[in-house]
Design a protein around this ligand. Sequence first.
Ligand code: 5GP
Ligand code: ZN
Length: 112
Amino acid sequence: MSCLFCKIIEGTIPSSAVYQDEHCYAFADIHPQAPVHVLVAPRRHLASLAHSDEADRALLGHLLWAAAQIAAQKGLAKGYRVAINTGEDGGQTVDHLHVHLLGGRPLAWPPG
Ligand code: 5GP
Ligand code: ZN
């Protein structure tokens, strides 16, 4: 398995775990863009949101639910952003689906 995030999820590559359950693994981004920057990834390899299908609907909802739990646990009462970069134009650089959770500072809109 050559996927970076699969290696992180299986523990071959170290990471700082934030939350985990049977469906997902959340860990601190190695290059944080905000005081809180967590990546929430499904344990099962799924290349991107564009690769999801009908059978993944519950999993996709679960990833957002997990992000909200983490945001609450991190005390992001003033708000936060979740983002799923998808494909080349979407700025995706790691081809294993992940939700970015960003918070702890005001976030500009629109993004670049
Ligand atoms: P993308 O650009 O695909 O939306 O997001 C990939 C994210 O993964 C980036 O924010 C990047 O900093 C993070 N990242 C890349 N390699 C590693 C790594 O080895 N460990 C961790 N914790 N994060 C990584
Ligand atoms: Zn993977």
